[in-house]
Design a protein around this ligand. Sequence first.
Ligand code: UDP
Length: 467
Amino acid sequence: ESGQKKPHVAVLASPGIGHVTPLLELAKRLVVDHGFHVTFLSITTDAPPAQLQLLSNPSLPSDLHVVSLPRVDVSKQPIGISVRIFLVVQETLKCLPFVLKNLQPPIKSLVVDPFCIEALEIAADLSIPTYVFMTSSASLLALTLYFPTINAEVNGDYSKIAEEVIVPGCKPLLLDDLVPGVLSPEVLPMCNRFPTVKGILVNTWEELEPVTLLSLRENLFFLGLPAPPVYPIGPLTKEDKPVTSTLESSRFLTWLDEQPVGSVVYISFGSGGTLSREQMIELAWGLELSQKRFVWVARPPNDSSVSGSFFKAGFNTDDPASYLPEGFLDRTRGRGLVTSSLAPQVAVLSYRSVAGFVTHCGWNSVLESVLHGVAMIAWPLYAEQRMNARFLVDVGVALWPEAEEDDGKRVVGRCEVERVVRTILEEEGEGVRRRVRELQGTAVKALEVYGSSNGSLEGLAKEWREA
Ligand code: UDP
């Protein structure tokens, strides 16, 4: 069957690897497993190099067409990440009516990530059915759907929100874990738009978030408003094989292959996370004191932002020796590897030698870790990461090191780093490691032909085919 005859859908992702990765995996599955022709609309303004690389991967299937939307000029003023992404999306999508009208054959549906809400209105005006793909947890989805109600209850005065935020049917959330970054007036338009779509796909699966998925299904949030159906289709993650293998990444993988089973911790804070100078020093000392093996993605420290490398994620040339404790690299030689570039994370997590992951708890990292049965040390930095961290600890798959308050700054000291790194790899950590392997089993099952997540996606595919 030629691409022209296949059902055609479009997928639109906002800038950032954390958004592009799951949407691209969705697109690939629709093409490969469900016989679709997919146009992937990519926003290239602010796209980090690693994102461009994902989308120009020559091994993408032939019925997946990547279309880059024209770049826009946004002000250079330093604004927070989410506001900046909203701004870039808003400007870029001015061309969307034209682009959507000209897609041939006409598309059956448009799937977007939560930062692309403007697209929903545009597509609705063209009578195109719209879907959101929530690239984080069902729990964040539930909160997103319920936030307008909370906002109305406190009349926009967020200081009145109780310490425990209760979304009906869900486990209470701690306000402390949600601010700043999750509950803010900027996200309200997005929250209000969510219930208007035809369906919400979410990168999770039944066994990971049973309670929240049940309450979403029971439609507790809309107080009379018709709720869109929720489709848990995860975990959709990148493949094990790195897109390109640099000399450095091959060196890493060869080394990991030679280490004993369950002996290595992997440390990475996502595509954008950065530590302060002081925190980086403590982490380095903690690793050294633990005497454990490690692979560490150590980007240059940043004292003013915890997401200091978000728009730069790619292949850096910074020399870690210039910002790690003096002599650290020599003293840990043979026992640890350090890079300032992105690591081939999924490949790293797939090695049997890796048993612990110090992670910023970005949702993709969480899913990749669970899918490979790697226990976590939660090190949240921004956005909804504290909420994810709390969830992982509750589920029993992560340890959360305690930070000391120092001059208003929270720093995890070297002894605490040493303690959690040892725990995650030694006997004491067996419970956490067992629990993550159990969840891994359910994840693998969910994705199988008769699994729940595969079934969810097949249901949607059927709906689109018949539209
Ligand atoms: N990633 C990677 N190498 C790294 C760090 C991150 O390949 O050194 C990938 C990781 O596998 C994941 C994505 O980048 O797919 C990060 O997404 P996540 O949601 O965890 O965090 P974000 O970067 O959006 O904060």
